[in-house]
Design a protein around this ligand. Structure first.
Ligand code: HXC
Length: 257
């Protein structure tokens, strides 16, 4: 598919989706929100892709909702179009998504990073949920996902103040996976994506589903899903191959499907 505001690229089994609206620091108007979701879903549906990277520009990963677009919204239009509803489907993508964050990730930028599965950021990264100062609240999952990710104490502080925080703080509070040295971000994201893409596909999907269930449901129902996923994978060809290879002291030869 051709996109106006996103670039997509495939490298081997990795799909790279890059925000491409630099003149507005990748701010999310309705088209950008739809395109980022569609681009990730297209790779999700593509059997040759095993893992994705979502990246932005050097100055900004994404500066959040397009304020000029939101300014004209009323309760009626926002409720009718349910802004951010479609973007929530990024969290429904089944294959892992690595967010590679450089520069500003404000509002919806932080929120979309939180919809991804692994967040890598370099030393230029700045996160914030500044919506409180604009008279609204983060409406694309910030309060929900950040609280689940880092706990109430830190989430409440950043949601109530809108203060910026850098990659080191984001890593300290457990919101991101790792801070990467300047200049190394895309290489590290690519290496990690390739590593994940080379894993047995069924296991990867089930591991992601298993981890996400825990964030979405209470412990006991979550454990039931986790057990079912584990039982189901016992029947897969790659499980037989992976375990036989270990027993036979050789490298596994996965089918990936
Ligand atoms: C629309 C934006 C934008 C945004 C930047 N731009 N962020 N346009 N919406 N969120 C535009 C600027 O207007 C400007 O366009 C160009 O991008 C460059 O930005 P500058 O501000 O000139 O750059 P700089 O001075 O370096 O400052 C960068 C910045 C600042 C700190 C990131 O742009 C900023 O604070 N942006 C807003 C971030 C924010 O509040 N996001 C949350 C949005 S609200 P021109 O044409 O002037 O050159 C939200 C809640 C919605 O997400 C609720 C959802 C349900």
């Amino acid at each position: 598919a051709e996109f106006k505001f996103m670039k997509t690229e495939r490298r081997g089994n990795v799909g790279i989706v890059t925000f491409n609206r630099p003149e507005a620091l990748n701010a999310l108007n309705e088209d950008v929100a739809i395109e980022v979701t569609d681009a990730l879903r297209a790779f999700d549906a593509d059997d040759s892709i095993g893992c994705m990277i979502l990246a932005g520009g050097e100055k900004a990963f994404c500066a959040g909702a397009d304020i000029k677009y939101v300014l004209d919204q009323t309760f009626e239009t926002a409720y009718l179009h349910d802004f951010a509803n479609y973007m929530d489907q990024v969290a429904e993508v089944r294959k892992p998504i690595i967010a590679a964050v450089r520069g500003f990730a404000f509002g919806g930028g932080t929120e979309i990073a939180l919809m991804c599965d692994i967040i890598l950021a370099d030393l230029t990264a700045q996160f914030a949920l500044p919506e409180v100062g604009l008279g609204v609240i983060p409406g694309a999952g910030g309060p929900a996902r950040m609280t689940r990710s880092v706990g109430k104490a830190k989430a409440m502080y950043y949601v109530l103040t809108g203060k910026r925080f850098d990659a080191a703080e984001a890593e300290r509070i457990g919101m991101i996976t790792k801070v990467v040295e300047d200049g190394r971000l895309m290489d590290e994201a690519m290496a990690l994506a390739q590593e994940i893409a080379a894993m047995p596909r069924l296991s990867v999907l089930a591991c992601k589903e298993g981890v996400n269930q825990q964030a979405e449901v209470p412990l006991i129902p979550g454990r039931k899903v986790e057990r079912r996923l584990a039982h189901a994978l016992f029947g897969s060809a790659d499980k037989m191959e992976g375990m036989a290879a270990f027993a036979e002291k050789r490298k596994p030869n996965f089918t990936k499907y």
